[in-house]
Design a protein. Structure first.
Length: 239
């Protein structure tokens, strides 16, 4: 994983930011039905705890992250996705939300996620969309790349996984996202761009969360053709 990523997720500092609240509901809508009833689950990059509360349950749950602040003693391990400290075929479900883009080489990270899955196990994942949207935010976050849907599907299939569902997400707020990325580039040419997450007014917060709530109802049953994230479900073939 990128050394820059070791600074930790912004969700640790701002867990109530609208994007993290919206992502919780979008992930639940798109992937929740695929969680099933696992015996043992691994949450990779679990500093984003606010976005994966829907994955909690009676099953055993373990987590890893480079930043220890997002880990719980006993079930949390400070480690890298590039070398998961678990034996082969340990977990029925692995969640990796906005993790793969932090890893180079990508193939090694995806192979590690597949390795620790049991035969017939399931990967739930998300990545940021569109390389044209690359900005200083990606650099500070420690990203190596952004994805199209076919690009990340190919990466998972190359690791021997079978993709069950793939869809874009954050379509409802996509016009605002695109405009913000253009504005970042213009500001960068003129002066320094402020660090941190883009600040939004209380009115825009309500607009963004409202649009995302409407999208969650749609995403529960339908794949979306565009958005600033890609969500995926992939299975490891049974032995």
């Amino acid at each position: 994983m990128s050394p820059v990523a070791q600074s930790g997720s912004s969700s640790i500092r701002q867990p109530d930011y609208w994007w993290y609240r919206a992502r919780t509901e979008l992930l639940r809508a798109a992937l929740g039905d695929y969680l099933g009833s696992p015996h043992r689950l691994l949450d990779v990059g679990s500093a984003d705890g606010p976005s994966v509360s829907w994955m909690h349950g009676s099953h055993e749950r373990f987590s890893i992250d480079l930043d220890p602040r997002g880990l719980n003693p006993g079930t949390g391990v400070c480690a890298s996705a590039m070398a998961l400290p678990f034996a082969d075929a340990t977990f029925d479900v692995v969640g990796a939300f906005d993790v793969i883009e932090h890893c180079e080489p990508e193939a090694q990270a995806v192979a590690e996620l597949a390795r620790v899955l049991t035969p017939g196990g399931r990967l739930l994942a998300s990545v940021p969309a569109y390389q044209w949207a690359w900005s200083d935010h990606d650099v500070r976050a420690g990203h190596y790349r952004r994805y199209t849907l076919p690009r990340i599907v190919s990466a998972l299939e190359n690791a021997g996984l079978t993709v069950r569902r793939s869809t874009y997400a954050f379509a409802g707020v996509f016009p605002f996202f695109a405009a913000e990325r253009v504005a970042r580039r213009l500001r960068r040419r003129r002066s320094a761009v402020p660090e941190g997450l883009p600040q939004v007014s209380p009115v825009l917060d309500r607009v963004f969360t409202g649009l995302s709530a409407a999208e969650a109802r749609l995403l529960h049953k339908h794949d979306l053709p565009f958005g600033s994230s890609v969500f995926l479900v992939a299975d490891k073939p049974a032995a």
